[in-house]
Design a protein around this ligand. Structure first.
Ligand SMILES: Cc1cc2nc3c(=O)[nH]c(=O)nc-3n(C[C@H](O)[C@H](O)[C@H](O)COP(=O)(O)OP(=O)(O)OC[C@H]3O[C@@H](n4cnc5c(N)ncnc54)[C@H](O)[C@@H]3O)c2cc1C
Length: 406
């Protein structure tokens, strides 16, 4: 049996960052089941690793669905600027794209991973890879953590085993099993940051086309329940793009999305159609609609879907046809046939119920000495670097809380 002060389970950004911030001098062990550390981090941002965002830190709170407020302490304790400075001062320069996303200048995730590993080594963290934790049990002497080859006795445990998305990276939901055994409630994990497959999809032919910052309305059982604005991409089988991915944490199969492709109220488009007809009835509907920043291929696809001649002029529209056009372009319905699975989702919504975790320390409210960091908790961020920031900030807070115990 090996003894340690703090044992960290999971070598993703949350676990590595937490371990690298624990007191030097205390005995720290990090167990990672993969042979390599940071497998998911390595593919983040298509390998470029979008580590955070440059927006004001208070704006971050709104980027985690309904659970952002839980992260307030964590984000303020270790902000996006702290994160950027952490890497800059360790020789990893960063760049920021037009949307505020921050990447290592090299655009190589491996630079982020290597820095985290170096920091862990500097702190004297004993890193063991190929060491899958099988169970955790609390005894009078501390926590007994079991792997296939070893048993560890530790005073504190930080569980940072991630969610369930991209299971090939090692995030297979093991942490849920561990915390359930301690009596923690789990909000059912579901795919998030996921594309959706649409029933009776008519846009396969325009796959690759996208719309910028359009309103998306979510309907369930005929009732509108949420609204979002964002970029939308048409794929072979459904919808994707940041607007859909960010909104997907709320989707269920069978829900309907109504997209306002024009980004105008229905009545305004109707009035504009009437006015344009009065001015120049010979203008085609297609040319009229192009004014609204709509790709021609999309206009054609919608008109064809309505069985309308794509070269029809404004003058030829009946009132009923006009209403149909308004409805299809301002309120286009898409029924969700399926949400992309954990194999393609970039995050997991759901996880450890936040009511049972202290937002100031990341310690379990049920079990003293048990701490959490990262996506294992019911936290999932929008695209833009918010997930990695949350992993770092929660890891930092957990480590600091443990340091204060010593
Ligand atoms: C394709 C893709 C692209 C992404 N791009 C971005 C991006 O650019 N920016 C961004 O902010 N977010 C991005 N994300 C999300 C982000 O990578 C995650 O939110 C983040 O990695 C979560 O960190 P974590 O440390 O909590 O968990 P993880 O990174 O999932 O790490 C958990 C670790 O725990 C280990 N583990 C699990 N079970 C055990 C066990 N029983 N014993 C020992 N070890 C175990 C796993 O092997 C894994 O290494 C992306 C995700 C994906 C899938």
């Amino acid at each position: 049996m090996e003894h340690c002060d703090t044992l960290v389970i999971g070598g993703g950004p949350a676990g590595l960052f937490a371990a690298s911030h624990l007191h030097k001098g205390s005995k720290i062990v990090l167990l990672e089941k993969n042979i390599n550390l940071g497998e998911k981090l390595n593919i983040a941002g298509s390998g470029r690793c979008n580590i955070t965002h440059t927006g004001p830190i208070m704006d971050f709170i709104s980027k985690y669905g309904d659970n952002g407020r839980f992260l307030r302490n964590a984000l303020l304790s270790f902000t996006n600027l702290d994160l950027i400075s952490f890497f800059n001062t360790r020789g990893v320069d960063t760049i920021c794209d037009a949307n505020g996303k921050v990447f290592p200048k090299s655009e190589k995730a491996v630079d982020i991973i290597d820095t985290l590993i170096t920091e862990c080594r500097k702190r004297g963290v004993l890193i063991k890879t190929g060491a899958a934790v099988l169970s955790i049990r609390k005894t009078d002497d501390g926590f007994l953590v079991l792997t296939e080859k070893n048993t560890y006795l530790t005073r504190q445990v930080i569980i940072a085993t991630g969610g369930k998305s991209y299971p090939a990276t090692g995030s297979t939901g093991d942490g849920y099993k561990f915390v359930k055994a301690f009596g923690h409630a789990i909000v059912e994990p579901r795919p998030s940051l996921s594309p959706v497959f649409i029933k009776e999809y008519m846009f396969a032919g325009i796959s690759g086309v996208s719309l910028t910052n359009r309103p998306i309305h979510l309907y369930r059982n005929g009732k509108k329940i949420r609204e979002y604005h964002g970029d939308i991409g048409f794929t072979h089988k459904g919808l994707s793009g940041p607007g859909i991915l960010d909104f997907s944490r709320y989707f269920l199969t069978g829900d309907m999305l109504k997209i306002n492709m024009i980004d105008l109220p229905l009545d305004t488009l109707r009035d504009n159609l009437i006015l344009a007809n009065e001015k120049n009835g010979k203008m085609s509907v297609k040319n009229f609609l192009k004014k609204y920043d709509l790709p021609e291929s999309l206009i054609k696809a919608v008109l064809e879907g309505m069985n309308m001649d794509v070269s029809i002029t404004l003058a030829c529209l009946t009132k009923q046809m006009r209403n149909q056009i308004v409805d299809q372009f301002c309120n286009h319905p898409f029924v969700i046939g399926k949400i992309g699975s954990f194999q393609v989702a970039m995050a997991t919504t759901g996880g450890i119920h936040l009511k049972e975790v202290s937002p100031k320390t990341m310690q379990s409210r049920l079990v003293e000495g048990l701490y959490f960091a990262g996506e294992l908790m019911d936290i999932d961020g929008d695209t833009g670097g918010y997930n990695i920031q949350a992993a770092f900030s929660t890891g930092f807070l957990a480590a600091n809380a443990i340091n204060k115990l010593v």
